[in-house]
Design a protein around this ligand. Structure first.
Ligand SMILES: [Zn+2]
Ligand SMILES: [Zn+2]
Length: 236
């Protein structure tokens, strides 16, 4: 666990994939607690324990914002919702997958990879959870001290970045990831690569200081300049 900036915590350990799945973040702002993403299935108790260990009352989690429908981000969503009564926020285009009205899409390429993964993905299938607040591009909500939704489709149709206005902090979901440098997300799991690239350019047009990725370590300084540099190297 680490404090990214005051009031924003990365609940997952250094190796997010081996720990919770994707990174899970906690925002403690205005007397309310908000989670960003929920990890794989079976991680709810571990997540709430870490919230408790930070000195917070886990049942004060009022919202869970989901960056997109993949099982490493929504796996423990239904369980966390049951345990806390939190409201789920997600983009309207991913809501049918999160709610189980459409099957969660598997990897998209190559075809063989998809065939290999299919049985495994069944195991990773997340328990459906109702989306209470279905959002769209540019929507502002008085959650976590004030957020703006940036619709960045491509990885999934309803992928979103969440801008935390007070902290000048961007949660990128799987639009981009980070190892040492910023990198593309898993393309095998990306629905539409040209659209993903377009969305990265969209993000590159926004100013922010801090970036928190779905996978990898946060960038604490100069984050939007680094995203711009990365976008500049990509072909459209
Ligand atoms: Zn992911
Ligand atoms: Zn993903």
């Amino acid at each position: 666990m680490m404090e990214v900036v005051p009031g924003v915590y990365k609940l997952s350990g250094p190796w997010d994939q081996a720990d919770l799945g994707a990174n899970v973040y906690l925002v403690a702002e205005g007397g309310e607690l908000t989670l960003i993403d929920s990890g794989y299935a079976g991680k709810a108790v571990r997540i709430l324990k870490r919230v408790h260990n930070l000195g917070f009352t886990a049942h004060r989690i009022t919202h869970i914002i989901v960056t997109h429908n993949h099982p490493d981000h929504v796996g423990s969503l239904a369980a966390l919702k049951k345990m806390t009564g939190a409201k789920v926020i997600a983009h309207q285009a991913d809501a049918p997958y999160i709610e189980g009205r459409l099957p969660q899409p598997g990897p998209f390429r190559p075809a063989l990879y998809k065939a290999l993964w299919h049985p495994l993905l069944k195991l990773l299938q997340a328990e459906p959870a109702t989306v209470d607040i279905a959002v769209s591009d540019n929507e502002e909500l008085p959650v976590a001290g004030g957020i703006r939704v940036i619709h960045t489709p491509g990885h999934t149709p309803g992928s979103i970045c969440i801008y935390l206005k007070q902290k000048r902090l961007m949660f990128t979901g799987d639009l981009i990831a980070r190892r040492l440098d910023i990198k593309l997300p898993s393309l095998a799991f990306t629905a539409d690569i040209p659209q993903l690239l377009k969305s990265i350019h969209k993000l590159a047009g926004i100013e922010f200081d801090v970036a928190c990725f779905g996978h990898g370590w946060p960038l604490k300084h100069d984050a939007s300049r680094k995203v711009k540099e990365f976008a500049g190297k990509l072909r459209n």
